[in-house]
Each structure stands twice: as C-alpha cells, then as structure tokens.
Write a protein that binds this ligand. Sequence first.
Ligand SMILES: Cc1ncc(COP(=O)(O)O)c(C=O)c1O
Length: 362
Amino acid sequence: MPRPLLVSIDLQALNHNFDQVRRLAPQSRVWAVVKSNAYGHGLVRVARALRRADGFAVVDIGDAIRLREVGIRKPVLLMQGVTDATELRVCNEESLHTVVHSIEQVRMMESLLRRRPLDLYLKMNAGMNRLGFPASQYIDIYRRITARQPLNSISLMTHFADADGAGGVDEPLRRFLEACNYLQGERSAANSAALFRYPQAHLDWVRPGIALYGSSPFAEQSASELGLLPVMTLSSALIAIQEVAQGGRVGYGGSFVAPRDMRVGVVACGYADGYPRHATEGTPVLVSGLRAPLIGRVSMEMITVDLTRLPEAQVGSEVVLWGEGLPVDEVAACSGTVGYELLTGLSARVPVEERRAPGDPR
Ligand SMILES: Cc1ncc(COP(=O)(O)O)c(C=O)c1O
C-alpha cells in the first residue's frame, strides 16, 4: 500500500485564475510564468492546460526545450537569458525569446554567428538591482544591439521589487516608461502583484506567475479576496491516533507537552514531502474538512495534530495540508514563509492526480 499522500492539481481552477488575469488586463497579452516546474504544478501539464496563454516564461533552458519537445510552438521566454554559446545556439534553433540583461550576454551575441534572427527582451534594472541595465545605459545598449544584431524582434522589460508592498511601482515604472518613450518595442513589466494593483503597469504583456496558481502575492490580501482558486491541494490521512495523558510529550525533542488529556492524530506527511519543517504549533490542517492545529515538531514523514475537538476523526480520515478549504498562504505564514516556497518545494515523490473540467480530453 502506498502512503496515503497525494497532490491534486485542479486544471479548472488554473483556467479560472487565467480568466481572472485576462479580466484584469484585457488589453495585454499574457506570458504565463511556468518556471520552477510551473511553481510545483507540473511544467508540461500547466502549459498544455493553459491553451489560451500567449506564451510561456521559464528560467531554465531545459524547461524551454521540454516545452518544444512536447509540441508547444507558442512563444517561450527565457527570463534570465542564456549563459553560454551552446544555450544561445539552442535558443536560436528552437526560436526562443530570450532576455538580455548583462553586457556579457550582449558581447556573447555579438561574437557568435546564428542561423536565424533573435527575439530579444532587453531588461532594465529599474531599482531592484538584480538583473538588467540601469536606466542610464538602457538606451545606448538598445541602440548598440539594434545596430549590430540581426533581430526578429526586440522588446522592453523590467521587473518590480515591491509591487506587493508599500513601495509600489511608481518610481521604477516612471524610469522604465521614460526610456521606452525613445525606443521601439513591446513592453512588459507586471508580475501578479502589479497586475492586481497597478493597471498602468499592464502595458503590452503581463507576466503573472503566482496568481495563476491561486496563491496571493500580497501578505494582507487573500487569494479568495482576489477572486483566485487554489490549484494545488496536498492531502493525506490519519495513520494513527494516540491518547496522550496530561503532561505527555509529543514528537522529537518532546517539545509539545500535553496541557490536558488529549487525542493526537498522526498524519502521513512530513518535511521530506515538502511540508515546512518550521511550521509552528497551531498551524491549521483540515481533518475531514474541520480545522485541527499542528502540535509538536514536523518530522520527515509525519506531523501530529490535536484531535481533541474532533471526536469523529479516526484512522483513515482525510487530511488536507493546504489547498481547497485551507489556503497555502495561511500555512506558509505560519512557517514564516510565502506560498511560493511551499508550492515550489513539494517533493517530486508525492503522487499527482489531475482534475479537469468534465469533457476536457487532456
Ligand atoms: C521576471 C519575472 N517576471 C514575472 C514573475 C512572476 O512573478 P509572480 O509569481 O509574483 O507573479 C517573476 C517571478 O519571480 C519574475 O522573475
């Protein structure tokens, strides 16, 4: 018997979230961000399900090749660009769009012959200080590239550091648009947070990631308040129940001491499955649809929960760790992290089940 652990991917919810993106940015095209195995949801599965996306954005060139191998011919964007001549050749042969963010990449492109003209995204560092050319160099680099490179297209992009926070996008967007005034090319700036909060940043292409998967980019606003549905549900079951007397200890280190006689449920899911090791006491799980708090330390393959208020719970009762009925963002907040980390951190060993719309063939 396999462990009773399963991740279910709801492709209807994924498409619902995509519709929400379209509603918010009706004039823009959508790069669906599917990097990091589509935030843990399965690269090919998600790309096939998002038939209405205008293109797919990845980081790893292996992911781009995989999308081409399974027959996806839509635009694919390498968001960190290429790192060497081999990658540039693949990028050219597979007709990938690629970001150019550094002078090293510019020089590499200039030194190599190619079969086809490139589709480039020239990245501005508008204040995040991670990737891209500063505003002061952006126009010159654009001119250098357009003068020396055979190009199919050149687009302009930036990325916001604080679209989800108090900083907002005003200053970086102003810098970006100012430079864009002098340059030809489609423009792209908005991640999920900017998509929701800053319509003026939608421009020609939006680049949502987390919103597609039904998790909120904001600490203070839930996914359901944003009209999003969870795509991933991680579920398991109770595999044992202990009657623990007052003063008894639970789990490694005995960090939890029973304040009274209690029923403790043991759930088949632990940090080796992707459940956060630092989840604090009180982190909710759903047992047969009802909330129960985590107690004791998270183990490699188990967690323990307080069932005192759930007398109906028994060995075999279904447990939801996050997803439908229990936002991943809430679980993440209890471990001092964000939904992004939990979704992308799910272990590859967890079996996956897909849920589709009735009548949907794939
Ligand atoms: C350049 C770029 N654009 C868009 C995204 C999507 O961001 P989000 O998942 O917050 O929508 C990311 C993700 O980190 C990114 O690096």
